[in-house]
Design a protein. Structure first.
Length: 160
């Protein structure tokens, strides 16, 4: 069994420059994670095996980033009960709107927590995964509350 409760999957290695921002929030909060390339279209067998075995490997939250038709998050959500957070990757022609629409327009009964397109969405996916885990992890909850307070404290009250 893995010690990493979060698995970050992406449709291709080219998604990594965006998806690595998900790791920033996880690292800041001390949440273990693993990463993998799992394409819904080019490696469907790998996706099937990943989803089939996810629960047995200790994964508690899946973060899935993909661009274009972006079926990765939805397919993962269809094949496992584990929460899936989707990150739309900006695409060359439609700037990620195609990815966003594919991820957010899920059929009733297949839930995906879709984030913003690109960097903000990737970072927030790591933050949201941490918040999900903090529900049942008091130490992580304490770290998360301190992280949020530090974020608040870093906002200036006055313009200089």
């Amino acid at each position: 069994m893995s010690n990493a409760p979060v698995k970050i999957i992406m449709g291709s290695r080219s998604d990594w420059p965006i998806m690595k921002l998900a790791t920033q929030a996880l690292e800041e909060l001390g949440v273990a994670f693993e990463t993998a390339v799992v394409s819904a279209h080019r490696t469907p067998g790998r996706l099937y095996d990943f989803c089939k075995n996810a629960e047995d490997t200790g994964i508690q939250v899946i973060i899935a980033g993909a661009g274009g038709s972006a079926h990765l998050a939805g397919m993962a959500a269809a094949m496992t009960w584990i929460p899936v957070i989707a990150v739309p990757i900006p695409s060359r022609y439609l700037k990620g709107m195609d990815s966003l629409m594919s991820m957010v327009q899920m059929p009733k009964g297949v839930a995906v927590a879709t984030q913003a397109i690109g960097e903000a969405g990737a970072f927030n996916s790591g933050l949201l995964a941490s918040q999900m885990l903090a529900i049942s992890d008091e130490a992580l909850r304490t770290r998360l509350k301190a992280w949020r307070q530090k974020q608040t404290d870093n906002v200036a009250e006055e313009v200089e």
